[in-house]
Design a protein around this ligand. Structure first.
Ligand code: ADP
Ligand code: ZN
Length: 768
């Protein structure tokens, strides 16, 4: 039940003429047109307002409105999410004052989707709306009209220019020389004058203006020469047929396209989208941000006339422009990262989510949505197919495919029957036992030399950035930690700093122990910076490039690095997981995994899954050309089942083992999970509140069917971050709705102390 916005101040004096009538009685059945409004910068929940007759024909859900709120009747902007005729009874509703948008920003279908998100992810509807609508759209970025002025030649022909004041004459001269219309600020600058002379010319009718919508940058991509479709191999054809069959059924179905790396999934997507276009509909292709490479985009742009790309480097104005283009139906294919799932395509025909296992599809801020889950909702609501593609599917999707909920389609072979590259392990326990441990062991070094001699290219993966991963005193054992986080500082040698990877705290790298002043403090653990130094010193003169978040900060750095590698100018590409995915370079004949164990022992039930994915994905970067390729994996645990499955390219075996473990421990995908994280500046009160919250939730969940589990509170693995102590509580149950209900109820029953915050993360992917 919506609350009303409060009373509208003192009611106007009634004319005395009515004074003798009996007291006026409210008709409980009186009906009025009302609107439900939610506020991004106001109280949570929704509020009813009266729609005044003059707005009745113009107001639609999805528009923003300006309404009075609270006792002071402060005017606040909110989203109208519903308009209904309903009995208002005794309630005195305040009227809407103004429309902010002339047209709805969201379709009814998108409103329903955001409503679902708010319920499912336990957050405020308005917060979801603010996420779904890019800031550039909300602020109409770049769409201010700018007037360009040109001389009115007709009027000027009848005029003796000598009669004009010098400044006005000079403005007309400038325009004649420029031979194109100019804006008033441009004219003022060129003529070194104020706005006065321009206004005077305007008044005299000697200038004609034209209002133009300008964009900060031209973002209509130049057309690419068209390329024909590739003739599909039989596996691809079967996959395409299956997708088209779902498409033609006019019903929603989720398809899991499990295709090994290099099996040609993208070509299947492209030809499926061509079928979508035949019906005058649009397609959305979601990829991890990191895969929005020129290479990927090129493949789409040579096949379709109008492709809109939504990536994180767009300016607000560019994003707004794209949004309008998409909403108008002029765009055939929208490609983008996570948030492109909200693209306002008027006739959606299909959603494709490539690399569906990627954790970057989950947003790590409120609303903590997963694009795969939202895509599923949207595709179901709009009765269109959802295609999930991966060489290493998430166990969530794999289980659903095994159970028949999703349609499983496989591409078990690489294009042209190229073999998957042979993978062998290098045992770091024996290889690194010598005097001086190096990042690159002897066998890896030998393989690199050989590859370079044969003219091949090399990818080296190390999933840790920085130079040294921790700084420790050999005398007293002290490890340099972030003062705000419970995390060891990483040494970044180029910048000469010790850096926290969570809060960006940094301090000068010490040469003596800050605790015992021992002068020989050690820099331990291997990061990508140090790997780069080692590669450059052991392969002098061989061009090499490092790709990690430190080296790729500049706009376009990513594109330039990949381009240098693609053209062969760079021979060795080394970096973090950034280089593990999606790249298709046929000349790469060697992939080295410098340390496969970096993620294996993290306290996270998905540690094994992540390790498998990383090794399998990076292994997939080689052997893509006629020269073949091989993979060397350095590890301390070569016999670990996850490493073993990865080196044999055996995803189904990995999935089977991992699923039985998850089932035994009752972890997802065999249950739904909500993780609550409580944060506060002092450990004691934070822990106490976490206890109270857990208690309230336990009360809600005792004796429920199916049974639910509440674990914790316990200190989170990162017990302190950015100056705040962290405790977490894990809720597990086969029934997610049951958990959501419990959290909602409990949150009504606890009062969160000042200073303390808590968040609910539904279907968490981050357990640290
Ligand atoms: P995946 O996404 O499954 O890793 P890609 O779609 O990147 O695989 O395809 C790998 C390579 O094979 C690409 O260079 C692509 O152009 C090529 N390819 C795909 N399908 C065909 C085909 N039917 N015939 C020839 N080459 C193909
Ligand atoms: Zn920190």
């Amino acid at each position: 039940m919506a609350r009303s916005g409060g009373t509208e101040g003192p009611s106007p004096q009634l004319p005395s003429l009515f004074d003798h009538l009996p007291p006026w009685e409210e008709d409980d059945r009186a009906e009025a047109l009302t609107a439900k409004v939610v506020f991004p910068d106001g109280p949570p929940g929704d509020f009813d307002y009266l729609v005044p007759p003059e707005l009745a024909s113009r107001l639609q859900p999805g528009q923003r409105v300006r309404v009075p709120l609270g006792k002071g009747n402060r005017l606040v902007v909110g989203y109208c999410v519903e308009a209904t005729i309903q009995p208002v009874g005794q309630r005195v509703l305040k009227p809407i004052r103004q429309l902010v948008d002339e047209r709805p920003l969201l379709s009814p279908a998108m409103l329903r989707l955001t409503r679902w998100m708010a319920d499912y992810y336990l957050c405020d509807w308005a917060a979801v709306l603010d996420t779904v609508l890019p800031a550039g759209v909300r602020h109409r970025a770049g769409l201010r009209l700018t007037t360009f002025w040109a001389p009115n030649t007709e009027a000027l022909a009848k005029l003796d220019l000598a009669t004009l004041p010098p400044k006005q004459r000079s403005i007309l001269q400038i325009l004649r020389d420029a031979n194109e219309p100019l804006t008033a600020p441009q004219l003022q600058k060129l003529a070194k004058c104020s706005g006065g002379p321009i206004a005077a010319l305007q008044r005299k009718g000697l200038l004609v203006g034209r209002a133009v919508r300008i964009r900060r940058q031209d973002i209509v991509l130049p057309p690419e020469p068209r390329q024909p479709n590739l003739p599909l191999n039989p596996d691809q054809q079967k996959a395409l047929d299956a997708i088209c069959q779902v498409l033609h059924s006019g019903q929603h179905r989720t398809i899991l396209l499990y295709g090994v790396t290099g099996s040609g999934k993208t070509e299947v997507y492209i030809q499926a989208i061509q079928e979508v276009l035949r019906f005058g509909r649009q397609a959305i292709v979601l990829v991890p941000e990191i895969s929005l490479t020129p290479q990927t985009l090129q493949r789409f742009r040579t096949r379709f006339d109008s492709v809109a790309v939504l990536h994180s480097h767009l300016t607000d104005a560019e994003r707004h422009w794209q949004w309008e283009q998409i909403a108008s139906g002029r765009v055939q294919v929208v490609i983008g990262a996570r948030s492109a799932v909200f693209a306002p395509t008027p006739h959606l025909g299909m959603i494709i989510l490539d690399e569906e296992h990627e954790s970057s599809f989950k947003q790590q801020q409120t609303p903590r949505y997963h694009a795969r889950e939202v895509a599923l909702q949207r595709a179901a609501a709009e009765s269109v197919p959802l295609v999930l593609g991966s060489a290493t599917p998430s166990l969530e999707s794999w289980l659903k495919a095994q159970q028949g909920q999703y349609l499983l389609i496989q591409l078990p072979r690489r294009i042209n029957d190229r073999p998957l590259p042979p993978v062998s392990t290098i045992d770091l326990r024996t290889e690194n036992s010598g005097k001086k441990a190096t990042a690159i062991t002897r066998p890896l070094y030998a393989a690199m030399r050989e590859t370079l001699q044969e003219g091949g290219q090399i990818i080296l993966l190390l999933n840790r950035r920085g130079y040294s991963t921790h700084i420790q005193c050999p005398a007293c054992g002290y490890v340099l930690k972030c003062p705000h986080c419970d995390i060891a500082l990483t040494h970044h040698r180029t910048e000469q700093i010790a850096l926290c990877h969570y809060c960006d705290h940094h301090e000068p790298a010490p040469s003596a122990c800050p605790q015992c002043e021992f002068p020989g403090i050690l820099y331990r653990g291997l990061g990508t910076q140090r790997l780069e130094v080692e590669v450059r010193s052991r392969f002098p003169g061989v061009p090499c490039v490092r790709m990690d978040t430190d080296s790729m900060q500049a706009r376009g750095a990513h594109v330039r690095a990949l381009e240098a590698f693609r053209t062969g100018r760079v021979r060795i590409l080394l970096g973090t997981q950034m280089i593990a995915k999606g790249l298709d370079f046929p000349e790469v004949t060697l992939v080295g995994v410098v340390n496969a164990d970096t993620a294996l022992h993290l306290p996270d039930f998905r540690a094994g899954e992540r390790t498998f994915q990383l090794v399998a994905q990076v292994a997939g970067r080689t052997g893509r050309g006629p020269k073949g390729g091989r993979v060397l994996v350095q590890t301390f645990t070569p016999d670990h089942p996850v490493i073993q499955a990865a080196i044999q390219h055996d995803y189904p075996r990995f999935a089977q083992t991992e699923l039985s473990l998850r089932e035994a421990f009752g972890y997802p995908p065999f249950c739904r999970m909500i993780r609550l994280v409580v944060r506060g500046p002092h450990p004691q009160p934070t822990a106490e509140f976490a206890n109270l919250l857990a208690e309230r939730i336990r009360e809600q969940l005792t004796g429920v069917d199916p049974p639910a589990r509440v674990l914790g509170p316990a200190p989170a693995p990162f017990a302190k971050l950015r100056g705040l102590y962290r405790y977490h509580i894990q809720l597990q149950s086969p029934d997610g709705e049951q958990l959501r209900k419990a959290v909602r109820k409990a949150s009504e029953k606890v009062e969160t102390p000042e200073n303390i915050q808590w968040i609910a993360d539904v279907d968490p992917v981050e357990m640290l």
